[in-house]
Design a protein around this ligand. Structure first.
Ligand SMILES: NC(=O)c1ccc[n+]([C@@H]2O[C@H](COP(=O)([O-])OP(=O)(O)OC[C@H]3O[C@@H](n4cnc5c(N)ncnc54)[C@H](OP(=O)(O)O)[C@@H]3O)[C@@H](O)[C@H]2O)c1
Length: 272
């Protein structure tokens, strides 16, 4: 999809907004002349402007006046005041894409005045290296085209999946918080290898390549992880010995409990 003739505005020029700006320009779906960012911090404005050739300012209301797409990329706790400020500021009827964790489309629609076109996205941190996983859902007034535009934008920094809003907290527990579970696993594997005598740099490289390789094997073969696990687990072999310890330590049950805790916390944070 070509967004070159769309005025795209990012409210909040932090890590996520920068990743998206870099991604859409790199993918060639947008041009710097039609991208604008705002931030309360001069250093962020100067950095993003200097690095990507987009325009930057501090005035949120002025920035969205002629916008076609407004990406709401401030922290959730700031979003209330930003939405209040943006209410009625656009001359047309732009698409609002919120990447703020936990805020419902209904909440954003109401804060903007009722009939705003809103798409809610749950992105994740590896978007910063162009390898994100984002789930998205449309609000009451979002058209299919709005979801397609959002997919194009987020698709520039990773994969996307359309979901129903009721499962957004589950997505938060899976792919939103998920990178930290994998970092934790890598830390543990690395520490265990160091205890067995590997130097930590080699352990880190081997652990990272192992996680990346396993993830690519799932994506590229299309096989379920269980099947791939069976294929690398010879009866009586080393992998089987390790997996027995993991299942004895209630690995699966622990993961379910951990993700339930993340989902509950997401619910609490969104006021439900
Ligand atoms: N980073 C992630 O891994 C991740 C993952 C999933 C979802 N998200 C979501 O993505 C959103 C952005 O996250 P981020 O990590 O990019 O945050 P961030 O780096 O803190 O970026 C937000 C930027 O907006 C600025 N800002 C604050 N108030 C503002 C205002 N009124 N108008 C304009 N700019 C304002 C902030 O300045 P100050 O620093 O001075 O406040 C900061 O520079 C959040 O809603 C978060 O929930 C992030």
């Amino acid at each position: 999809m070509n967004l070159k003739n769309k005025q795209i505005v990012f409210i909040g020029a932090g890590n996520m907004a920068e990743a998206l700006v870099a991604g859409i320009l790199r993918a060639g779906i947008a041009v710097p002349e039609s991208v604008r960012v705002t931030d309360v911090r001069a250093d962020r404005r100067e950095h993003v402007e200097g690095q990507y050739g987009v325009s930057a300012g501090a005035d949120n209301r002025a920035a969205v006046r002629d916008a076609d797409i407004v990406v709401l990329s401030v922290k959730p706790q700031i979003m209330g005041e930003v939405l209040e400020e943006l209410k009625g500021a656009a001359s047309g009827n732009p698409l609002f894409i919120s990447i703020a964790a936990g805020l419902s489309t209904r909440h954003i629609e109401q804060a903007l005045g009722g009939t705003a076109r809103v798409v809610r996205v749950m992105p994740n941190m590896p978007a910063l290296v162009g390898c994100g996983a984002a789930a998205l859902c449309g609000g009451a007034h979002a058209a299919d085209e709005d979801l397609a535009v959002t997919e194009a934008l987020l698709g520039a920094v990773g994969i996307t999946a359309r979901v129903e809003e009721r499962v957004m907290d589950a997505v938060t527990a899976l792919s939103g918080s998920g990178p930290a579970y994998v970092f934790y696993l890598m830390e543990a594997m690395q520490n265990a290898a160091s205890r067995m005598g590997l130097d930590s740099e080699t352990a880190k490289r081997l652990a990272a390549a192992t996680v990346e390789g396993a993830a690519r094997a799932v994506r590229e073969t299309g096989l379920p992880p269980e099947e791939l696990r069976r294929r690398v687990t010879s009866p009586g072999g080393t992998t089987e010995a390790a997996l027995k310890v993991l299942s004895g330590g209630k690995f699966v049950e622990t993961m379910i409990e951990a993700m339930e805790a993340a989902r509950r916390r997401a619910e609490e944070m969104s006021g439900r």
